[in-house]
Every structure is written in structure tokens, then in C-alpha cells.
Design a protein around this ligand. Structure first.
Ligand code: MG
Length: 166
């Protein structure tokens, strides 16, 4: 098996909605970036690519390529999942931490978990999501940015067959 870690940070600006984990959350702030700035999906994408030693999201989708401007991060995550799958791995589970002073993510947690699971074609039970505030200090606490972290476990695809038999 293989483990991977991903981290990302994006700045906030007045606007909305807030795109997080592939879900548009009602908010008076939005994330800024070259793509749609979905900080959570970027962390998951990097964790997947890292676990399979396939580089990172910036290598797969260079910010110098105009085609990546405003790109839907769900597309990027799906492409990473396909790349990981192509070299013989499948996802065991993943766990994420989002640090955001606002909005409260508790009421959106299930929807985000289900959306990430849908993009990755796995069960939502395999997607953990923890929500933290910034304790009103630092860029997160001052509502200047949101950060996300993710760890993912990859398992060899050949395990599929033995599991089906048992
Ligand atoms: Mg990013």
C-alpha cells in the first residue's frame, strides 16, 4: 500500500459562492486562483498524485497553460484519479482537514463528502472531512485564506479480486 499527503492554501476575496470540495456554499467570500480555486480538491489531488509518485497538480496542470484558467477542479481530481488507477492503484480511504474561519462547514460536510466520493468513484464512507477554524489568528483566522490538507491510502488493484472471493 501507499500513503500520500496534500496541502493547499488559497486567498479569499469578497464575492461568493465559496467553491469547496466541489460544492458551491453560500458565502459572502470566494476563493481566488488560476483555476476555480477549490482548495480542498487541490489538496486531495496532490495527495493522490503524491501517493503514486506521479508529481503534483502544478506539474499535471501548469498555471502557465491558458487552458487551466478557471478550470473545474473536479476535472483535475478526476484526471489524477485516472492516472493513479492507470499505474495499478485504487483508493482505500482519504481524510481531509479544512481550516476556515467562516463559514461553518458542519452543515455542508455530508454533501462535500458525497461530492468528493462521486468524483473519485468511491463510497462516501471512505472520505473523512474535518473542519477547523483559524482561532481568529493568522491568515485563516483573519478570513484572508482557507487551507486544506489531505492524506490518502492507496491499495493495489489486485486486492480487488481476492476481496470479491472472500
Ligand atoms: Mg490550489
Amino acid at each position: 500500500m501507499r500513503v500520500g499527503i496534500g496541502y493547499d492554501i488559497h486567498r479569499l476575496r469578497p464575492g461568493g459562492p465559496l467553491r469547496l470540495g466541489g460544492v458551491d456554499i453560500p458565502c459572502d467570500k470566494e476563493l481566488i486562483g488560476q483555476s476555480d480555486a477549490d482548495v480542498l480538491l487541490h489538496a486531495v489531488t496532490d495527495a493522490l498524485l503524491g501517493a503514486a509518485a506521479l508529481g503534483d497538480i502544478g506539474q499535471m496542470f501548469p498555471d502557465t497553460d491558458p487552458a487551466n484558467r478557471g478550470r473545474n477542479s473536479a476535472e483535475m481530481l478526476h484526471a489524477a484519479q485516472q492516472a493513479v488507477h492507470a499505474v495499478g492503484w485504487r483508493i482505500g480511504n482519504l481524510d481531509c482537514v479544512v481550516s476556515a474561519q467562516r463559514p461553518k462547514l458542519l452543515t455542508h460536510r455530508q454533501k462535500i463528502r458525497e461530492r468528493i466520493a462521486e468524483i473519485l468513484d468511491i463510497d462516501a464512507e471512505c472520505v473523512g472531512l474535518q473542519a477547523k477554524t483559524g482561532e481568529q489568528v493568522g491568515p485563516v483566522g483573519r478570513e484572508e485564506a482557507i487551507t486544506a490538507q489531505c492524506v490518502v491510502l492507496l491499495l493495489p488493484q489486485e486486492d480487488d479480486a481476492s476481496e470479491d472471493v472472500s
